[in-house]
Ligand binder design. Structure first.
Ligand SMILES: *Cc1c(COP(=O)(O)O)cnc(C)c1O
Length: 412
């Protein structure tokens, strides 16, 4: 049976909306279109009731209470509210001065964490950007050593979006609670795929997003702990006091309803789904690594999300690779789209060399990925790499056992 192309292997970038989610959303555009803040009529009440149901669905997925969930426009906003909101609430000196407080994060966070941290650094906060090990994991020891008397916040992602590596979040949570430091995690790639319990795992603030869990784009949530301790934040958007003052703005009811439905489906199906995707990913990795030499899988071999793989192909140029597999939608570790020729900062952060970073592919499987698609992807990649290597004198030399790092190249 021929597979339908293009094939979508980029589920870590965004996911298709599950048809069941879409069905639940549709009436909220055309029939139940009230403003959830309208207290005087049935349209408003119906919208408010739907939002409240979604809040419970979202809370249940992470072991929180519904009052601990704040709606946002996505993880970028959730991260901004968590990080800037916590820092500004607990600052040790007024705006404009130095020494406003210390924040710990990692060098391979998503830009939606790195950039708010950099903003705060410009505004007088001190930020420590911890380097992960070559496996992509930030160690609990490194975090413990970075903690200072004026540390306000630790923000460490649960699972990395480029390599899928999983951090030891429960242990970091425990450490932060011992020290009385607020702990935020960007769990965008984790929640909905793997079991989450904010209470057991010592998390104070947690971000996740609709479009990464087969829900709609433009909606996300922030978990804000209410007990032991009650976490306080400075709002980043003012106007009307929605969401208990944490985030003003009229709620996007259809999207929130979709987010709730997506959470409930994930909760029911994640265990089977993770198992199925793990098997498919192994098929993909085995297929590629048995057919090709000089291939490297980036990140920790086991402590990884089951559906993400990041593979570097030696002696292949990243751009040519992407062009020759153009009917497979995936991400590349090469950022040559812009003027910059910088490879992925995440791979560089692990110590992957520039060549191997440029020639890397992130393939992320999802709920709608089939075995046929995986087999087609393997075949296509193997064919492309072999073809490109036929043109590569470096590959020939390496296969003859010549160490090309030691070759004296002719100068003219
Ligand atoms: C996608 C992603 C984000 C950004 O989420 P949006 O909802 O698109 O704003 C943040 N962090 C991680 C780890 C992500 O994968």
């Amino acid at each position: 049976m021929a597979v339908k192309t293009p094939i979508y292997m980029d589920n870590a970038a965004t996911t298709r909306v599950d048809p069941r989610v879409l069905d639940v959303m549709l009436p909220y555009f055309s029939e139940i279109y009230g403003n959830a803040a309208s207290r005087n009529h049935q349209f408003g009440w119906a919208a408010e009731e739907a939002v409240s149901r979604a809040r419970t669905q979202a809370a249940d997925l992470i072991g929180a209470g519904p009052k601990e969930i704040i709606w946002t426009s996505g993880s970028t906003e959730s991260n901004n509210l968590a990080i800037k909101g916590a820092a500004r609430m607990h600052e040790k000196a007024p705006p404009g001065s130095e020494g406003r407080g210390h924040i710990i994060t990692s060098a391979i966070e998503h830009k939606a964490v790195l950039d708010p941290c950099k903003r705060l650094a410009k505004e007088g906060f001190d930020v420590t950007f911890l380097s992960p090990g070559s496996d992509g994991i930030v160690t609990v020891d490194d975090i413990a050593q970075a903690i200072r008397d004026d540390t306000i916040l630790v923000t460490i992602m649960w699972a990395n979006n480029e390599i899928g590596t999983i951090n030891q979040i429960p242990r970091i949570g425990e450490l932060c609670h011992e020290k009385g430091i607020i702990f935020h995690t960007d769990a965008t790639q984790w929640v909905g795929k793997m079991p989450t319990d904010v209470t057991a795992d010592g998390i104070d603030l947690l971000s996740w997003s609709g479009h990464k869990i087969y829900g709609p784009n433009g909606v996300g949530a922030l978990y804000i702990r209410r007990r032991k301790p009650r976490v306080r934040l400075v709002a980043q958007i003012d106007g009307g006091g929605h969401e208990r003052g944490f985030r003003s703005g009229t709620l996007n009811v259809p999207a929130i309803v979709g987010f709730g439905a997506a959470c409930e489906i994930c909760q029911q199906e994640m265990q089977d789904e993770a198992q199925r995707l793990f098997v498919l990913r192994r098929r993909l990795e085995d297929g590629v690594t048995t057919a090709l030499d000089a291939v490297q899988i980036n990140g920790h071999p086991d402590k990884r999300l089951p559906h993400v793989t990041n593979i570097s192909f030696g002696y292949v140029e990243g751009e040519s690779m992407m062009m020759s597999i153009s009917d497979i939608a995936c991400s590349s570790g090469s950022a040559c789209t812009s003027a910059s020729l910088e490879p992925s900062y995440v791979l560089k952060g692990l110590g992957v060399g520039d060549d191997m970073a440029h020639s890397s592919l992130r393939l992320s499987l999802g709920r709608f990925t089939t075995e046929e698609e995986v087999d087609y992807t393997v075949e296509k990649i193997v064919h492309a790499v072999k073809k490109l290597r036929e043109l590569s004198p470096l590959y020939d030399m390496a296969m003859e056992g010549i160490d090309i790092t030691k070759v004296q190249w002719d100068e003219h």
